[in-house]
Design a protein around this ligand. Structure first.
Ligand code: CA
Length: 230
């Protein structure tokens, strides 16, 4: 997936030039020439970085920067034709990450874009969310990575086996009928019937149970269905 960059710039030739240079470096670039539209786009779409001109029709760069900062911490590079304005906004502490005075060389801009993106990646990388894990006795289900470990050893599960096991483990001590499980895990349109559930439970047990004739995790409640025992 390519990295998306938004340019908010009313001077079309400058915007196009920036876009060309960034595209050569494989960035996916969107241009808005109007401040109001630029702000809307910045707020509604996901961009990795924003290049923001200061003087814009509609809403100016100050306002846009302030608004983006209330919601997002992506890098913002502000550009202006006036050195004085750059000094002024620096002083205001609007939260832009970098400032460039026009005219600047497009390759200088690309270099800064790269530097800010990698700095941001490192920053976000260190605060990465931990995986969503369900752990019950010896079984660890990593929902994010879709992996299952039984007493520390990884076992391979098909998509439906994984979904079924996860659903039962997330609703422990609750008895579900085969019918309920079939409706929960399989699409309504899917071919098959509740016997599919029985087959999948058998496969899951072979992977998680020490002795499948005496299940310690997924219990059969005769005439009703199954329950994940805690
Ligand atoms: Ca301008």
């Amino acid at each position: 997936m390519s990295t998306k960059i938004l340019i908010v710039e009313d001077e079309e030739e400058i915007a196009e030039l920036e876009k060309d240079y960034l595209e050569v470096s494989d960035y996916e670039v969107t241009i808005e020439n109007d401040g109001k539209k630029g702000l809307e786009r910045a707020m509604s779409d996901e961009y990795a970085l924003i290049i923001l001109d200061l003087m814009l029709p509609g809403v100016d760069g100050y306002e846009i920067c302030k608004n983006i900062r209330q919601e997002k911490n992506i890098p913002i590079i502000m550009v202006s034709a006036k050195k004085d304005d750059i000094d002024k906004i620096r002083g205001l502490g609007l939260g832009a990450d970098d400032y460039l005075t026009k005219p600047f060389s497009p390759s200088e801009l690309v270099a800064r874009v790269k530097a800010h993106l990698s700095r941001y990646d490192r920053l976000v990388g260190t605060h990465m969310k931990e995986n969503d894990v369900v752990e019950i006795r010896g079984i660890k289900i990593d929902k994010t990575a879709r992996r299952v470990y039984v007493n520390g050893e990884e076992k391979t599960f098909t998509t439906k086996e994984f979904d079924l096991l996860t659903f039962l483990a997330e609703n422990p001590n609750h008895v579900f009928s085969k019918d309920e499980l079939f409706r929960k895990i399989w699409d309504m349109e899917s071919v098959g019937d509740i016997a599919t559930v029985t087959v999948h439970i058998k496969k899951i047990r072979e992977k998680i149970e020490y002795d499948t004739s005496k299940p310690q995790y997924i219990e059969t409640i005769w005439g009703v269905g199954y329950r994940f025992k805690v």
